[in-house]
Design a protein around this ligand. Sequence first.
Ligand code: RFL
Ligand code: PHB
Length: 391
Amino acid sequence: MRTTVGIIGAGPAGLLLARLLHNAGIDSVVLESRDRAYVEQRQRAGILEQGTVDVLRAAGAGGRMDRDGLRHDGIELRFARERHRVDFPALTGGRSVMVYAQTEVCKDLIALQIEEGGPLLFEAEALAVEGVESERPRVRFRREGREDVLECDYVVGCDGFWGVARRAIPAEHSRVFERTYPFGWLGILADVPPSHDELVYARHDRGFALLSMRSPAVSRLYLQVPEGTDAGSWADEEIWDELERRFETADGWSLERGAVTSKSVTPMRSHVHEPMRHGRLFLAGDAAHIVPPTGAKGLNLAVGDVVTFARALVHLEETGSAERLDAYSETCLRRVWQAERFSYDMTTLLHRAPDAPPFEDRVQLARLRRIATSRAAETDLAEGYTGFPLD
Ligand code: RFL
Ligand code: PHB
């Protein structure tokens, strides 16, 4: 098998890249280790930045998002039983975000790819990327019990944090920057209308809590839990009780309960692999970097990477200049590090580390009060949340 761009992974990064290349008349093959149903149902992100929304629309993948997505013009910060709303358009010159689940983005892109695009092979597991320093890199993969080879001009590793692409970059050319956090998120989906019409990020002495949503009828909620917590160790009613405590306000706000339909724990980590390119192998999305979910940046970063790659390849085809492709890693990393910083700030602003000295509690509250009372501090948060521009 042979193609121009071999794409490993059919998460948001790989699927959107295939679509962007298709629209530019460049052929690709996508290899995905899991089956279609698994990829379409994996519960993850819920917030699309303005820039991501614009990219999906321009790619012809925004129809259902524009119909079913919920535009949000702000978030609420909750601390010390007080509430503070951050108004995005007022602080950023009109920017907002869209609540539209990653599962739906993937469904839309898969349907388009199958209808109009190149091959998208499910249950095709990449085993290794070879020859990345040559002009003809290859992906060895296994499908239906047989091994095969995909020969490419370029390989893009969109295979997430646990993928194989990154391993093809020799250790002496790699540098990893990493931080783990001593807590995770217990996330639930519940059949109940969200108790607030915008997301609520709550800082509490017992730990962080987040109220989000998937639709006007489905709530998505998260609780900070100790690292290594088993989701099954929390009964549904215990989860609701704890959410209620952490969201409590002085003005009597109340949380509606409903049937819990899914429950899982996500670890929290910051991770950056530099560089994001070696020879003809390019890394995009979670394959290159992870952020803790507090800033809602992961999917949006993945989108930024593949847009940068697609534009650079189109530039090469149109002008013969590899300048943009050569600058891929540097261009992406500038934006990645801004998102890493923002996600780290949001995480340390709102979570309570198990061994945090009381001094840190006071500093957290002072940081939150600063955001609530200084337009400059609030603007910084609103700009970070609604997204950093693509170069
Ligand atoms: P993905 O989505 O992990 O997709 C990688 C794909 O590669 C496949 N794969 C392979 N295929 C072939 N051969 C192999 N050897 C392979 N190895 C792996 C996998 O099966 C998979 O299909 O990476 P991608 O495309 O880079 O997308 C990244 C996003 O999924 C991720 O950053 C976000 O979900 C992070 N995230 C959030 N991001 C946001 O922008 N906004 C949010 O609100 C947000 N909330 C979240 C999140 C992530 C969470 N979890 C579970 C980590 C909330 C949570 C709880
Ligand atoms: C979600 O809805 O899953 C979500 C929203 C905001 C975040 C993280 C996750 O910061």
